[in-house]
Design a protein around this ligand. Structure first.
Ligand SMILES: Cc1cc2nc3c(=O)[nH]c(=O)nc-3n(C[C@H](O)[C@H](O)[C@H](O)COP(=O)(O)OP(=O)(O)OC[C@H]3O[C@@H](n4cnc5c(N)ncnc54)[C@H](O)[C@@H]3O)c2cc1C
Length: 460
């Protein structure tokens, strides 16, 4: 500890309980951590100094960005806590290379602002944008609402600067679209959840601004209809579907009821809803494409009703319904959350089988299925029965997860579509991963971090 304090100097570390406390608890209050020391390095060189000392002394480190992770990977359990909160420099934003180089502690909101300043967009969008950081988004390979068109965080990263577990600085801040020179180290660091080093900066792709956007909320009968609508939307708009989010009635109703300022845009209730966004580089094209798509779908009986946002404020309100789904469930008590993915074509069968199995094993529980269904990603939440005992529901979480995850695996799916494994799901993931793959991944980790000092409780 004394070497770390000395190398960082005044203001670079803290053992003050009041300063550390908010970083030891996850935003929903589900995990409480502990740490002997918080370090807040101000530069890549200081990160390297910290990691070098920890490597020499065999001291474990948990990296933390915005502390918005959903699987407890950022909460230390006795390790040193390394926060990237002071790594906030904007190193470059270049509309010719269509790239920006940001330090790891820059928030996603700030990344969007920086891109906009040069007439570009950074396309990753998650509801935690005000707090989550570039380093966290890279380390969890975050998804969000625009994956359908642009891909996950992995596809937005052109280069990375990182401090490896031995304390060496790797400067991989390239901004090339083409670089076929063997293994790609940055891709290993993306999604590594802090286990292969500390990301200190990244070079990220920028996209052109769009001239027109149109958003609708559609009421329909079933997930099968939603999948058909998605296929038509992709065909008819020439790939201009920016987002396609499915919401079941219960989640929709709870959100509209429990989140202040929201209202149902459709006059009647529907079993399922889709939020669809079309975006185009051509002025007026998105609105026209959406109107055409919805008129055709209504005529064929694929959808029952639709409301198209007429103003920017309405677009935001429609998105707020989708993004308010977690907040909408909060007053309803305990909830088991599952973040699964299956092939898009299997979503209706997955939801049907999972609903039947959960209803049979846990009668009275309430299912809220929603998510980035254009990517095959379903957030499958199971709420406690109305007036039930939250603790008793919480105690059955593992049994419920086994049912949902077994069905997911049966469809060739993933038990963590976009949130990572963290400390929460690592053990469970081992029961679904191919042992040959796990052995290869362990060999890579062992080679880079033989002492396992980087986020030791996370991943394999
Ligand atoms: C309201 C809400 C909505 C969300 N929506 C989505 C969504 O739609 N899609 C989605 O994918 N996620 C979503 N998330 C989850 C979360 O925002 C993402 O996982 C995000 O990428 C985490 O960023 P962070 O900076 O908060 O990282 P943290 O939570 O601090 O850390 C996450 C992991 O990354 C590691 N880490 C952090 N920074 C670094 C670094 N610089 N170097 C190495 N390792 C590091 C940590 O050790 C930890 O394992 C949501 C969360 C909330 C609260």
């Amino acid at each position: 500890m004394s070497r770390l304090k000395a190398v960082l100097g005044e203001g670079g570390w803290s053992q003050d309980r009041d300063v550390i406390a908010p970083k030891l608890v996850e935003w929903r209050g589900r995990w409480q951590g502990e740490t002997p020391l918080l370090v807040t390095p101000r530069s890549t060189a200081e990160v390297a100094a910290v990691v070098g000392i920890c490597a020499a002394e065999g001291v474990a480190i948990t990296p933390q960005g915005g502390n918005t992770g959903l699987v407890a990977g950022q909460i230390p359990r006795g390790e040193i806590l390394l926060s990237t909160q002071k790594l906030t420099a904007i190193r470059d934003v270049d509309p010719i290379d269509d790239a920006m180089v940001l330090e790891a502690g820059v928030t996603l909101y700030e990344a969007h602002q920086q891109a906009a300043k040069v007439g570009r967009r950074f396309t990753v969008g998650v509801a935690s944008e005000g707090s989550c950081t570039i380093g966290g988004l890279i380390s969890t390979n975050a998804g969000g609402t625009a994956v359908l068109r642009y891909g996950m965080m992995r596809e937005q990263v052109l280069g990375i600067e990182a401090v490896l577990p031995n304390g060496e600085i790797w400067n991989g801040l390239k901004r090339l679209r083409k670089d076929n020179t063997g293994y790609d180290l940055k891709q290993l660091l993306i999604g590594a959840e802090g286990t292969l080093g500390i990301v200190t900066a990244a070079s990220l792709k920028l996209q052109a601004l769009l001239a027109s956007r149109a958003v609708a909320i559609v009421g329909l009968a079933s997930p099968a209809n939603a999948i058909q609508l998605l296929a038509r939307a992709k065909d008819e708009t020439g790939g201009a579907v920016e987002a396609f989010e499915l919401m079941g009635r219960l989640g929709f109703e709870l959100t509209v009821r429990n989140v202040p300022g929201l209202r149902d845009p459709l006059p009647e209730a529907h079993p399922w809803y889709v939020l669809i966004e079309i975006a185009s580089g051509e002025p007026g094209a998105a609105e026209a494409a959406l109107e055409r798509l919805l008129a055709g779908a209504l005529e064929r009986g694929l959808i029952a009703d639709a409301a198209v946002a007429q103003t920017e404020t309405q677009m935001k309100a429609f998105w707020h319904i989708r993004e308010g789904h977690s907040a909408g469930q909060k007053p309803e008590g305990a909830v088991w959350k599952h973040d699964v993915s299956v092939p898009v074509s299997k979503i209706p069968d997955f939801i049907g089988q999972a609903n039947a199995a959960i209803e049979k094993s846990f009668p009275g529980t309430r299912i809220v299925a929603f998510g980035h269904v254009g990517d095959g990603n379903v957030h499958y939440d199971v709420l406690q029965p109305v007036g039930g005992d939250g603790d008793a529901h919480g105690a059955q979480r593992e049994a419920g997860a086994k049912i949902v995850h077994d069905i997911t695996a049966g469809f060739g799916g993933s038990i963590s579509a976009e949130h990572g494994l963290g400390a929460m799901k690592t053990a469970e993931a081992l029961t679904y991963k191919d042992p040959i793959e796990v052995a290869a991944l362990r060999a890579i980790r062992g080679a880079l971090d033989p002492q396992r000092i980087m986020n030791p409780r996370v991943l394999f």
